[in-house]
Design a protein around this ligand. Structure first.
Ligand SMILES: NC(=O)c1ccc[n+]([C@@H]2O[C@H](COP(=O)([O-])OP(=O)(O)OC[C@H]3O[C@@H](n4cnc5c(N)ncnc54)[C@H](OP(=O)(O)O)[C@@H]3O)[C@@H](O)[C@H]2O)c1
Length: 287
């Protein structure tokens, strides 16, 4: 299976390249900007892959609030450029979306969002990604839309850190961290996500899938597990989202689960604490 991975220097893309092997071609932001529709069409005409996996995103959530134009240009119209250009050469397209398409109802909701739940984004990033999902589905019927949450991988994200890295570096520098308890998610290791995407492609699946490591936690509980596994002693102070004074509103609950995976004969991904353990091992943080 010949694949092209767009945004290839990113953390998810690096693991997709690993998992998909030598038939995968990576195109970095420098090679190809998804906002340039003509360039995207030329690139895919030349490569004619079976599948294009578009990981490109403007996903610094607070920056999206002040630069909504760029958020929509990359996350919505750029995604459409890729989906259209893929359709023109009879390629399928995989678009990566986010838990932030949901509004969150706090932990009292009691159950993760499934694919059939109604999106209700609270911020520009989530709105631009939801628009991207719809544009991609309209532009290319052979598409896979994958919603995921709280990614971390061994290749550092464009944000410049992964959450476990940030926690460990703060603990080292300051001996103390403050973390929110009132945002709940399903943190996801990009290597696990990449492997499940490969399974979906091999199964010939199309449509909308929620793909995350299973189970849920707050960012506070996620940080606690990082420190526990890494054997780091640190003073942890719980805080509420409203104390963090960030520009974008964040959902208080955005854990995801998939009703569609079993329908195509695939198992859910393993629980997030197991995945975190393997990530810390792969980074050389634990043995
Ligand atoms: N990170 C998360 O927690 C999270 C959660 C849910 C969903 N997602 C989604 O999952 C996908 C992968 O995320 P990630 O964490 O792997 O991101 P990442 O590490 O930041 O990688 C994103 C890649 O996209 C490239 N890019 C940015 N703008 C581009 C453009 N206009 N044209 C082409 N390439 C562009 C970046 O290149 P430069 O760095 O050179 O600009 C980078 O290589 C994204 O679609 C994201 O929205 C992420």
């Amino acid at each position: 299976m010949k694949t092209v991975i767009i945004g290839s220097t990113g953390q998810l893309a690096q693991d997709l390249l690993k998992v998909l092997g030598p038939d995968a071609t990576g195109l970095s932001h420098q090679d190809l900007d998804v906002t340039d529709g003509v360039a995207v069409a030329h690139a895919l005409q030349a490569l004619k892959p079976d599948w294009v996996l578009n990981t490109a995103a403007f996903h610094r959530v607070d920056d999206c609030e002040v630069n909504a134009g760029l958020a929509f240009a990359v996350n919505a119209l750029g995604a459409r450029n890729v989906a259209r250009a893929a359709a023109a050469v009879a390629s399928g397209v995989v678009f990566f979306s986010t838990d932030y398409v949901f509004g969150g109802q706090g932990r009292s909701r009691g159950k993760p969002y499934r694919e059939s739940d109604l999106p209700q984004p609270l911020n520009v990033y989530g709105t631009s990604k939801l628009a991207g999902e719809q544009l991609v589905q309209q532009a290319n019927p052979r598409c896979l839309v994958v919603r995921t949450t709280g990614l971390y991988g061994t290749a550092t994200s464009r944000k410049g850190w992964t959450f476990p890295e940030l926690m460990l570096s703060k603990a080292k520098a300051e001996g103390a961290v403050k973390v929110v308890t009132d945002q709940v998610l399903s943190p996801t290791y990009t290597l696990d996500l990449a492997a499940k995407v490969k399974e979906l492609l091999q199964a010939g699946a199309t449509g909308l899938f929620h793909l995350t490591n299973s189970q849920e936690c707050s960012w506070f509980e996620f940080a606690q597990k990082v420190f526990e596994l890494a054997g780091v002693k640190v003073q942890m102070t719980p805080m509420q989202t409203e104390q963090s004074q960030r520009k974008a509103v964040r959902p208080s609950y955005s854990a995801l689960a998939s009703a569609h995976l079993p329908e195509v004969g695939l198992r859910p991904m393993r629980p997030w604490p197991e995945a975190l353990h393997d990530y810390l091992k792969a980074k050389g943080i634990i043995c």
